[in-house]
Design a protein around this ligand. Structure first.
Ligand code: DGL
Length: 276
């Protein structure tokens, strides 16, 4: 394929959280170009209905397609849980049969069984992700013997978005949710951070958990899975441009985005506004 026709890989999140995934993807696949889109104007998605999350996610995927992306990663658990399957099965065949959309839940559920020794796994996520039951359903496909318990943590994203994630106030809510989860099942030895915002809380979470519990955050896992996907799908890989550039777009104010985003991305960045 002519190089000028190749396009960046799209990475989408409701807001900032997907940057924790993009950071790891770029670490593992630095040669590609990326476009990141954060729908900050309509975040958070975690408390919204199925219909709303689906509608917003599809609109953002369409925007990334319009920018030429052949492959889009939904770096958002809530969007992966509530919109991915419908987009893959119902929308793609109609709007873009040769393009692909991937999520973050499957790569995580594919490997969780390799970490647990007790066979008891915990999942932390937004209310939307937990209520969708996507994690237990997907884990059962790969590791039917595992026992899975979940806990919705509705305060965690607002604490992070409001820059309170290092405060003592955050400790209260983190402890409360971890206690609830571990009370449901004292044999849990592996916990999935099923929200792309949560890596910002990882130090606090580790301090509050018994040391024998393994925490799985998704960036590295999704990065590895994308490496593997591109190997297995040369027809998609050949359409991805390789310039080592990343462009950032937000549906809200770029000034606000740039200030907060650097905390998630680990280095300064400059975004542009995208009107939906
Ligand atoms: N980053 C999103 C996720 O992984 C959650 C943020 C939101 O509620 O919009 O689920």
């Amino acid at each position: 394929m002519n190089d000028s026709k190749k396009k960046p890989i799209g990475v989408f999140d409701s807001g900032y959280g997907g940057l924790t995934v993009l950071k790891e993807i770029v670490k593992q696949l630095p040669e590609y170009d990326y476009v990141y889109l954060g729908d900050n104007a309509r975040a958070p998605y975690g408390t919204r209905s199925f219909e709303t999350v689906y509608e917003y996610t599809l609109e953002c995927v369409q925007q990334l397609f319009d920018m030429g992306c052949e492959l889009v990663v939904l770096a958002c658990n809530t969007a992966s849980a509530k919109a991915l399957r419908t987009i893959q099965q119902k929308d793609l065949p109609k709007i873009a049969p040769h393009k692909r959309v991937l999520g973050v839940i499957r790569p995580t559920t594919e490997i969780v069984g390799n970490y647990t020794k007790t066979g008891h796994v915990g999942v932390l996520g937004t209310t939307g992700t937990i209520n969708s039951n996507s994690y237990p359903i997907e884990i059962a496909k790969f590791f039917p013997q595992l026992i899975v318990h979940q806990e919705a943590c509705p305060m965690w994203v607002p604490l992070i978005e409001n820059n309170e994630f290092e405060s003592e106030g955050a400790d209260f809510f983190i402890r409360q949710n971890l206690d609830h989860l571990l009370k449901k099942d004292t044999e849990i030895d592996t916990i999935i951070l099923g929200c792309t915002h949560y890596p910002l809380l990882i130090n606090k979470i580790k301090k509050l958990l018994p040391p024998n519990i393994t925490l799985l955050s998704q960036g590295e896992i999704v990065g590895k899975s994308l490496v593997d996907y591109l190997h297995r799908h040369p027809e998609i890989e050949q359409k991805c441009s390789k310039g080592g550039n990343t462009a950032f777009f937000t549906t809200d104010s770029p000034e606000n985005f740039d200030t907060a985003a650097s905390i998630f991305y680990g280095k300064p960045l400059h975004s542009k506004h995208l009107a939906l």
